[in-house]
Design a protein around this ligand. Structure first.
Ligand SMILES: Cc1cc2nc3c(=O)[nH]c(=O)nc-3n(C[C@H](O)[C@H](O)[C@H](O)COP(=O)(O)OP(=O)(O)OC[C@H]3O[C@@H](n4cnc5c(N)ncnc54)[C@H](O)[C@@H]3O)c2cc1C
Ligand code: FES
Length: 258
């Protein structure tokens, strides 16, 4: 799909919990062509210190209303300003950017793993995978029960498994402590997004289970289109820009010590 820079209409901004917001945008072009795992680069207005655009995953799309949503976790000034945007305002967005996840074939069984705001790209991925006839398992990890969001929405697309670091919901521990990794379940592929230590732990499990695994990297970005080189990651074929050649990579292509 051709990339575009557009002022998109904000058709909703829902507070999900203490630090997560769901922003809905009316797209100028066909949302159906946005691939799960791709991201957008958003200009943050009213924030003089936030002069660089902020990368955010395409969370979900609605083809009938031609809208798509962004899941925003407030971590600093830019995301704080984004959380304050109101319906009827506009956001200047460059989209869609990067390469997304491999979509499963009919009857394949996949595991989506999201840690923290790494759950963001998984709704779109789950929707498209189910549409293709795949069996989808979704493992969501967070620190505590109050950090878990959108569980009912994820349940529409498959089997939802939950972990919390403090044991207040689901299995106590990290995502890799969940029974889906016990070896009794097998998957055609694992797709993961979250903090790097978590993705490396999932990658280790995938190797042990001899299962193909893709991870979506969240390296710091500046330009978002392959010019500044600030987002590079080491791969088996040398340094690659996460913004243009990722953010999704097969773990076998990354120079990760796992
Ligand atoms: C491809 C991609 C997809 C992303 N998708 C989402 C998403 O769907 N939802 C979401 O909420 N966030 C997502 N992020 C992370 C998001 O871009 C950052 O949280 C955001 O840019 C922070 O901006 P800020 O001005 O609020 O924070 P800043 O004031 O710039 O920084 C605040 C703190 O956050 C840290 N930080 C900033 N950027 C990142 C980053 N990329 N990774 C880790 N830590 C960071 C800083 O080191 C600092 O400690 C994504 C990042 C990438 C690269
Ligand atoms: S963010 Fe500039 S090259 Fe990737």
């Amino acid at each position: 799909m051709k990339k575009e820079v557009s002022d998109l209409l904000v058709t909703g901004n829902r507070k999900l919990n203490h630090d997560n917001f769901l922003i809905e945008l009316k797209a100028a072009t066909q949302v159906a062509e946005m691939h799960p795992g791709q991201f957008v680069n958003v200009k943050v207005d009213n924030s003089p210190d936030t002069y660089l655009r902020r990368p955010l995953s395409i969370h979900d799309i609605n083809e009938s209303s031609n809208t798509f949503s962004l899941l925003v976790k407030v971590v600093g000034e830019g995301t704080k300003q984004l959380s304050l945007i109101k319906e009827g305002e506009t956001l200047n967005v460059v989209f869609p950017l990067g390469n997304g996840f491999k979509i499963p074939a009919k009857d394949e069984k996949i595991l989506l793993v999201g840690g923290g705001v790494g759950i963001a790209p998984m709704m779109h991925m789950a929707r498209e995978s189910v549409k293709n006839g795949a069996e989808v398992h979704i493992l969501l990890g967070a620190r505590s029960k109050i950090d878990h969001i959108l569980l009912d929405e994820f349940k529409d697309f498959g089997y939802v498994h939950i972990t919390t670091d403090d044991g207040t919901l689901g299995t106590k521990g990290f995502v890799v402590d969940h029974a889906v990794f016990s070896g009794k379940e097998t998957f055609n592929r694992i797709h993961c997004c979250g903090p790097e230590p978590m993705m490396k732990a999932v990658a280790r499990m995938a190797k042990r289970m001899n299962t193909e695994c893709e991870v979506s990297l969240e390296n710091m970005m500046a330009c978002g289109f392959g010019v500044c080189l600030c987002c590079v990651t080491k791969t088996t074929e040398g340094n690659k820009c996460v913004c243009t050649e990722g953010p999704v990579f097969n773990i076998n292509d990354l120079e990760w010590q796992i």
